[in-house]
Design a binder for this molecule. Structure first.
Ligand code: ZN
Length: 277
């Protein structure tokens, strides 16, 4: 679109809320709605207000090509996050439902996005690629460690602890101690073995309010089993970049099968995923 040529370099252009890959050139007025396919009984995902669409997505919306629009968006998503590839079918259904809801909640004709305006961007929409639990600023994984940069790199154990915690508690860079109601007997043993082998035992977190995606990880330093569960001490919590890996990419230690999408228990021993390394 010619529009993009007139955009001053210092103005941030909103990204397309459908494919998340090209700048939006149209604004679709829409009312806020609960995204049914992405919400659970206790965790509602909202689409807030207007949507931005790039030229390609705009043409597909106008042509009512919702399946093509979904495939386009899904392709970009899987390109950005290859671990989503095995879950295309499921993600397709969710996205298709989301876009269908968008059509139902559209409340006017699209207008060109004017970047020179003081408020150029539509209000941020929580799209399937952006609705992931708490879209606060995440530091890219590439910045989380310093290969060859001063500190000695620690080796991970083959297995890790998987747990859940409300995302409010999972703050980038945090070190501390959390309590969990289960007795982490195997976790404690793995930590002792790790220390003897001069390795580190990672803990991977899902947000307790919605366990579809992984959220963060840290290194376990201490595990104390108490009368009513476990106190575990961790260091240097790191948030996964957006889009984060799905929980189902975690494989159980016992049979190497992926954690089921409906698995909501707060404790599992898993194979340490390659994306931590
Ligand atoms: Zn687009």
């Amino acid at each position: 679109m010619g529009l993009s040529k007139s955009v001053p370099a210092d103005v941030k252009r909103p990204i397309c809320d459908f494919c998340s890959s090209e700048p939006g050139v149209f604004r679709y007025p829409a009312t806020t709605f609960i995204a049914e396919g992405l919400s659970t009984a206790d965790y509602a995902q909202q689409s807030i207000g207007d949507w931005a669409a790039c030229a390609t997505c705009h043409a597909m919306i106008e042509g009512a090509e919702m399946a093509s629009l979904t495939i386009r968006s899904l392709n970009f998503l899987c390109q950005k996050e290859p671990t989503y590839e095995p879950f295309r079918e499921e993600l397709y259904q969710e996205m298709f439902m989301l876009f269908r809801q968008f059509r139902q909640h559209r409340c006017g004709e699209p207008t060109p996005l004017r970047f020179e305006a003081v408020h150029p961007a539509p209000r941020r929409v929580r799209h399937v690629q952006q609705q992931l639990p708490k879209t606060t600023k995440r530091r890219p994984l590439s910045q989380r460690s310093t290969p060859g940069g001063g500190t000695m790199r620690e080796r991970f154990t083959d297995f890790c602890v998987y747990t859940i915690k409300h995302s409010d508690d999972l703050v980038q860079g945090r070190s501390g101690t959390f309590h969990e109601k289960r007795a982490w007997v195997t976790g404690k043993r793995l930590l002792e073995e790790a220390k003897r082998a001069k390795q580190v035992l990672p803990v991977v977190f899902c947000p307790a309010e919605g366990t579809k995606y992984l959220y963060a990880w840290a290194v376990l330093r201490k595990i104390d089993i108490t009368e009513d569960g476990t106190n575990y001490t961790f260091e240097k919590l790191r948030l996964f970049r957006n889009p984060p890996p799905l929980k189902t990419t975690m494989k159980r230690k016992s049979d190497r099968k992926p954690l089921h999408r409906n698995f909501i228990r707060p404790y599992a021993i898993c194979v340490t995923p390659a994306f931590l390394k």
